[in-house]
Design a protein around this ligand. Structure first.
Ligand code: TXA
Ligand code: MG
Length: 311
C-alpha cells in the first residue's frame, strides 16, 4: 500500500512534468500537471489516444474549481451538492485560467471535478496545482479500478502508481455541461440523473454520444483560428506568419525546434492562439511528420484549415 512518503514523491514527480497514476473513487486516473503543456501532451502519448479529447481537470477544493472556470449560481449549487464526488462540471474557462489549452483540446471550456478519495485529495493538496487525469488505461481498453490494472495496462510507461485499493464507484464521473441554455449530461456516470435533477430542482437535458463536443470531427467547429491556414508550407509567403517545425524556422513561432512531435502537440493550441492574438490574417504551417502524435496534430491542422462553411 501507499505511504505519505509515496504521495510526497508523486507530488514532486507531477511538478517535474512526469505522469502519476492515482486512485479516485471512480477509476484510477493518469495524472499530469494541467498547467504544463508538455506533461498534458504526454498523457495522450502514454494512453495512445488518436485524437486530442478534452481532459477532466482535478482539484482538491470547490473554491479552486470556481477560480478556473466561470460558474453560474446553479453550477455552484450542483458542485456543492456533490463535491467531493463522481461529478464533473463543464463551464467556460475563466479569463485568466492557467490550464493548458491542450487539456481543453482548444475549446473555450473546461471540465472540473473534486474527487472523493483521501489519497487523491492528499495528492492534489500536496501538488497544489490542477491535475488532468483521464482513466489510466490504454485508449480503447477497460478503465482500471485497481492499481494492478494500471500496471498491467500501462506497465513501465508510468513512473509512479499510487495504490489506494479498489475504486469505490468503478465507473467514471457524470459529466454535466453548463454551456448551453440548460444543464446537460454529456456522459452518464457515478451520479445518477435523478439526483442531479433533485439538486438543481429542474430537469436536465441529456446529449447522445454523437452530440458530444469531444468527438474529433466536432472539435474543429469549436476551435479554428481566425486566420486562414496554409498547410505543408516550406516557407512563408508575403503577409503570412509562419508556424515552424524543426529546422523550418522563420520567426518566433515554432511547434518544436527539436522536431519533437510530443513537444509540438503540447505547443499546438497555445501557438495558434498566440498567433491569432496578433491579428494575423494568414498563417503558413510547416510540414509536420505523421508518426506518433503527429497524426493527431495533422488531423487538427487539417480541420482548422478547412473552409469554414465545411466545418
Ligand atoms: O471519473 C472520472 O471522471 C475519471 C477519473 C480519473 O477522475 N476521469 C475521466 O477523465 O474520465 P477523462 O479526461 O477521460 O474524461 C473526459 C471526458 C470526455 O469524454 C468528455 O465527455 C468530458 O470529459 N469533457 C472534458 N472536457 C470537456 C469539455 N471542455 N467539454 C465537454 N466535455 C468535456
Ligand atoms: Mg477512459
Amino acid at each position: 500500500m501507499t505511504s505519505a512518503n509515496d504521495i510526497a514523491a508523486a507530488a514532486d514527480a507531477l511538478k517535474r512534468g512526469e505522469l502519476v497514476a492515482f486512485p479516485t473513487e471512480t477509476v484510477y486516473g493518469l495524472g499530469a500537471d494541467a498547467t504544463d503543456d508538455r506533461a498534458v501532451a504526454s498523457v495522450f502519448v502514454v494512453k495512445g489516444r488518436p485524437a486530442f479529447n478534452p481532459l477532466i481537470v482535478h482539484v482538491a477544493e470547490a473554491e479552486a474549481a470556481f477560480r478556473l472556470g466561470d460558474f453560474s449560481g446553479e453550477a455552484r449549487r450542483l458542485a456543492k451538492a456533490f463535491w467531493p464526488g463522481p461529478l464533473t462540471i463543464v463551464v467556460k474557462r475563466a479569463g485568466d485560467c492557467p490550464v493548458s489549452l491542450l487539456a481543453s483540446a482548444g475549446l473555450p471550456s473546461i471540465a472540473l471535478r473534486v474527487p472523493d478519495h483521501p489519497m487523491a485529495l492528499e495528492l492534489l493538496r500536496a501538488v497544489d496545482r490542477p491535475v488532468v487525469a483521464p482513466s489510466a488505461n490504454p485508449s480503447g481498453r477497460v478503465s482500471p479500478t485497481a492499481a494492478e490494472h494500471v500496471r498491467r495496462g500501462l506497465g513501465n510507461k508510468v513512473a509512479i502508481v499510487l495504490d489506494g485499493g479498489r475504486c469505490r464507484v468503478g465507473v467514471e464521473s457524470t459529466v454535466v455541461s453548463f454551456l448551453g441554455e440548460r444543464p446537460t449530461i454529456l456522459r452518464p456516470g457515478g451520479v445518477a440523473r435523478d439526483k442531479i435533477e433533485a439538486a438543481i430542482g429542474a430537469p436536465v437535458a441529456v446529449e447522445t454520444h454523437a452530440a458530444r463536443p469531444h468527438a474529433p470531427g466536432q472539435l474543429a467547429s469549436h476551435y479554428a483560428p481566425h486566420a486562414e491556414l496554409r498547410l505543408h508550407a516550406e516557407a512563408p509567403r508575403n503577409g503570412e506568419v509562419y508556424l515552424g517545425f524543426g529546422g523550418r524556422d522563420f520567426g518566433p513561432y515554432n511547434l518544436s525546434r527539436q522536431g519533437d512531435v510530443v513537444e509540438a502537440a503540447a505547443n499546438l493550441f497555445r501557438l495558434l492562439h498566440d498567433i491569432d492574438a496578433t491579428g494575423a490574417a494568414k498563417i503558413a504551417v510547416a510540414p509536420v511528420p505523421h508518426h506518433g502524435l503527429g497524426d493527431a496534430i495533422n488531423d487538427r491542422l487539417k480541420r482548422a484549415a478547412a473552409p469554414r462553411e465545411a466545418q
